[in-house]
Design a binder for this molecule. Structure first.
Ligand code: FES
Length: 133
């Protein structure tokens, strides 16, 4: 397994308490540093809390700096979207270069075959998102 990925200046979890829902930015997702798993992308997709690996499988953008859109986590760089429940890339990179359909679909297929986002079970408790035990 790859080592946990860390990032500069994430929010810091207090044990299993990742972040208060009220402390999430308007994007609906934040980078949260944990002792056990490194930095995670943590947020709310509608009324469903989530915590997933923080690194986009396309070109390694920090997903905690992206946004939740249409119930998916969207990468801040080329807008690939992820299902936060399964970790699957539901749509590939977009834009003039990376949105070239065969390329975009290839990235999506590769990601879902070998490199889905890691997902972590979480729960809502006392207005905060917690790692589930
Ligand atoms: S780095 Fe995430 S879509 Fe390109």
């Amino acid at each position: 397994m790859a080592p946990p990925v860390r990032t500069k200046d994430p929010a810091v979890a207090q044990g299993d308490r990742l972040i208060a829902v009220d402390d999430l930015p308007p994007s609906g997702v934040a980078e949260v540093g944990t002792a056990e798993h490194g930095t995670l992308a943590v947020g709310m997709a509608g009324d469903r809390p989530f915590a997933v690996s923080n690194v986009c499988r396309h070109q390694f953008a920090k997903l905690g700096r992206g946004q939740v859109r249409d119930g998916c986590l969207e990468c801040p760089w080329h807008r690939a979207r992820y299902d936060v429940t399964t970790g699957e890339m539901v749509s590939g990179p977009k834009g003039r270069i990376f949105g070239f359909p065969p390329y975009s679909k290839g990235i999506q297929t590769y990601t879902n075959g070998v490199a889905k986002l890691r997902t972590f079970p979480v729960e809502l408790r006392d207005g905060a998102i917690w790692l589930a035990s």
